[in-house]
Every structure is written in structure tokens, then in C-alpha cells.
Design a protein around this ligand. Structure first.
Ligand code: DOR
Length: 436
């Protein structure tokens, strides 16, 4: 049994400023009370007023396994997630082979179970081989353990396929996670369209590309009444469209990334086009970052996801135009968000920020996993401890992840996850991968 003393408990919705003790027994939370007496055989950890939250959930990570394990495999990714404060992550299926069969779904789940870090839940493809032609066997994939369906890296190729997939998902209690991009508008694009594309001469992703795909999804959602989730939303135009759909009562949800909440296109210029800032969707304007925080405040955004996109240094450390898209961030993403939130003068309540890492994403998962985003007696003991006063340098040489290139390496950030409990077990690091 583990007794956590003097915690400020965030239960998934509200932060209780009164100090509480929380007792973990086996894999569950046994008791929560203002004070619990220590008994023999208990391991006691004094949290000294730190925040005890439900284990953080990341609905969108790329672990490159199977197929590209040198970039990240399920074990390194799962450990990186736990080191970064996450207890559950959902993997994207843009692997090789793409995760489009029950056997591959089970492979990801089983490898995750053995990995020794965060729980790994498989996301599966909408179409066979992610080709956008034939619908994958969504029912069988769901039965095998897939928690959502996505073509991430690309949108669902045709409206017809998306409509059919939405109708299937409605029946099987799953959700489509749409990567919102009208690809006929984004061919060869490199950066945001606007100031940076004008200054650099690089081709810019127009905001309409995100907006058009979101409007397509909303139209199909309106017709089918099937839930749809838009991932890594980045423009004020898109937040507005999603807010309107929500006001209309449609089952639409969305998420935003730590990089779109903290960085903007100027970082690309100031860094003289460093490839660590190359990501899809691209870093947008300062106004879009402000719109993202406004969308956090008004409830438009349901979750924060990393879109952790690991690449080997040899593949990513190239001139901007030649480098692949993607930011690796699992081990500093929580601190990036909290540090930005602190520096911006706390534009929203802390509870609202914590909700987007816990009960927000949990509500998007299928029924059997929804309990994960809450702290209550009898709930699974997945917990993240946050120290808002902790300041630390981001040092990729200590990462569990195989990725080494991130925009924040060497930066001092304030507000860190300092302990992660997965099913009642304190994550102790589980060995580093060092140089790769
Ligand atoms: O920047 C990105 N990288 N965006 C995506 O949508 C895919 C991801 C990847 O797989 O590397």
C-alpha cells in the first residue's frame, strides 16, 4: 500500500485546495480523506502540497512501431510518456504496416502492456493500408481493442468513406479522429501562409485547408449524428467553426497541441529556419495562438495532445525544406503548457488546463476507459503529481524517447510532472535508451 500525504487533489474537474491523503492499494485508489493514519507495511510519500491529478492521457502519439522502430518503439515511447507525466497514450496507426488488422491492434496493445511505462491504447486505420480506398474492418478492430479510428498524417481521403466510417462508428461506440487538411491545397507547403510564407518564399499552408476539412466533417456529423473528433486544430477560423458546431449541439470535439499553444511562426524565422519547428499543421500566427487559448477558455477545446512525432536526428536535422514534419515532445509537453500558462499570467483556471489532460481526453475514449480521467475511491490508481514551482532545463540526453530533436532543448521551463503512478505503481524510469 502506498500512502500519499498532503496532496491538493484535482479530481478531474475541480481542484480541492484543502490538503488530503490518498491511499493506494494494489492497482486502485482505496481511500481519500483529510488525514489517513500510517500503518505498518505502508510506503509513505509526502506530497507537501503538490497537485495530485488523475493520470494524464494523450490521445495522439506516434510510436513508429511496427516498421520504424529506430525512431521510436512502443517500449521507448511508453516509458517516455510515463516520464512525461502520462499514464495512457493512444498510438497513431501511420506505421509500416499500418495498423489495419485485429492482429496489429493486439500487437500494439500487448507490446504496450509489457513496456513498463504508460498504458498504450491502439488507434487504428479508417481504411485498409491507410490508402483511403476500402474501409477497414472497423468492428473487428474495435473488438480487438482499437480505441479510435484515424488516418492521421492525412485526412480521410473521400467524403464518402468518411460518411460510411462515421455511420459504422456510431454503431460500435467508437470515434473518428480526423486530421483536418484539404490536401489539394497543401501540396509542397512548408510553413503557415501569411507573414512567414511572404518573408521566406516558402509555400504556405492556407488556413482554408484546415477549415474546409473541418466543415466537411461537421456537415457529415450533422447528417449522421455520429461523433467526430478533430485533432491538432491550429487556426482561429477552425476554432470558430467547431465552437459553432458545438453550439448547434453536434457531437463534435477537438484537441490542440502544446506547440500550437506556445510557439508561433516567428519561432521559425528567429531560429533561422531550424527544422525542429517544422510541423504539420504548421506553427501559425500569434493571433492563432491567442485564439487557441481563447478556445481553451470557452470550452471549444476538449483535450491537449502532443502529436509526439519522433524522427531520428539523421532524418530530422536537415535544411528546413528537406526535413520531415513533426515535433517530439512527450517528455516536456506538460511543462511546455504549464510554463506557457504561467508566463501568460494564467489566462484560464488551472482546473481547466488540467481537465484537458485528464477528464477531457477520457471522455473521448470508448466507455471502458472513461473512468481513467478521474480520481475517486475505487478508481484505477493512475495518477500524475504536478509541482508548479519546479523549474528545470529540458535536457534531451536524459530522455527515454529515442527522439533527440525538440524546440525546447536547453530551455528552462516551470511546472513539471514529478511522479507518475500507473495502476498503483510509481514509474521509476525503467532505464534510459541513451544515444541512438
Ligand atoms: O507533423 C506531423 N507529423 N504531423 C502529422 O500529422 C504526422 C506526424 C508524423 O507522423 O510524423
Amino acid at each position: 500500500m502506498i500512502l500519499l500525504k498532503n496532496a491538493r487533489v484535482f479530481d478531474g474537474k475541480e481542484l480541492n485546495e484543502e490538503s488530503a491523503d490518498v491511499l493506494l492499494k494494489g492497482t486502485t485508489i482505496e481511500k481519500i480523506a483529510p488525514s489517513i493514519n500510517m500503518e505498518e507495511g505502508m510506503q509513505v510519500i509526502d506530497l507537501d502540497g503538490k497537485i495530485l491529478a488523475p493520470g494524464f492521457i494523450d490521445l495522439h502519439v506516434h510510436f513508429r512501431d511496427p516498421g520504424f522502430e529506430w525512431r521510436e518503439d512502443i517500449e521507448s515511447g511508453s516509458k517516455a510518456a510515463a516520464a512525461g507525466g502520462y499514464t495512457t497514450v493512444v498510438t497513431m496507426p501511420n506505421t509500416d504496416p499500418a495498423v489495419d488488422t485485429p492482429a496489429l491492434v493486439k500487437y500494439v496493445f500487448e507490446r504496450g502492456r509489457q513496456a513498463g511505462g504508460a498504458r498504450v491504447l491502439p488507434g487504428a486505420c479508417v481504411s485498409k493500408d491507410r490508402k483511403g480506398e476500402l474501409l477497414a474492418e472497423l468492428g473487428l478492430l474495435r473488438e480487438a481493442g482499437a480505441v479510435l479510428f484515424t488516418e492521421d498524417g492525412a485526412p480521410v481521403r473521400t467524403s464518402k468513406l468518411l460518411r460510411t466510417a462515421l455511420l459504422y462508428c456510431k454503431d460500435i461506440g467508437a470515434i473518428i479522429m480526423e486530421h483536418p487538411e484539404e490536401i489539394s491545397l497543401t501540396e509542397k507547403c512548408q510553413v503557415n501562409e501569411g507573414r512567414i510564407s511572404s518573408l521566406s518564399g516558402l509555400k504556405g499552408f492556407p488556413h482554408s485547408a484546415e477549415y474546409i476539412d473541418i466543415e466537411r466533417g461537421i456537415a457529415l456529423c450533422r447528417e449522421t449524428k455520429a461523433p467526430i473528433h478533430f485533432t491538432h486544430v491550429s487556426t482561429s477560423l477552425a476554432f470558430k467553426a467547431i465552437a459553432e458546431a458545438k453550439n448547434e449541439g453536434l457531437p463534435v470535439t477537438c484537441d490542440v497541441t502544446p506547440h500550437h499553444l506556445s510557439l508561433d511562426e516567428n519561432n521559425v524565422i528567429v531560429s533561422r529556419y531550424h527544422s525542429v519547428y517544422k510541423v504539420n499543421p504548421p506553427l501559425r500566427s500569434r493571433e492563432d495562438v491567442k485564439a487557441a487559448w481563447a478556445a481553451v477558455a470557452d470550452g471549444t477545446i476538449d483535450a491537449i495532445v502532443t502529436d509526439h512525432a519522433p524522427w531520428h536526428e539523421n532524418e530530422k536535422d536537415l535544411p528546413f525544406e528537406e526535413a520531415p514534419f513533426g515535433i517530439a515532445s512527450l517528455e516536456c509537453s506538460v511543462a511546455v503548457v504549464l510554463d506557457t500558462w504561467l508566463k501568460m499570467g494564467k489566462p484560464v483556471s488551472l482546473s481547466r488546463v488540467l481537465e484537458l489532460f485528464t477528464s477531457g481526453p477520457a471522455a473521448i475514449l470508448p466507455e471502458e476507459w472513461r473512468g481513467l480521467g478521474h480520481i475517486a475511491e475505487g478508481a484505477v490508481a493512475d495518477l500524475t503529481v504536478i509541482d508548479l514551482d519546479e523549474s528545470k532545463v529540458v535536457d534531451v540526453s536524459t530522455w527515454k524517447s529515442k527522439a533527440r530533436m525538440t524546440p525546447w532543448n536547453g530551455e528552462i521551463l516551470t511546472g513539471w510532472p514529478v511522479m507518475t503512478f500507473i495502476e498503483g505503481r510509481l514509474f521509476d524510469g525503467g532505464g534510459s535508451y541513451g544515444e541512438n
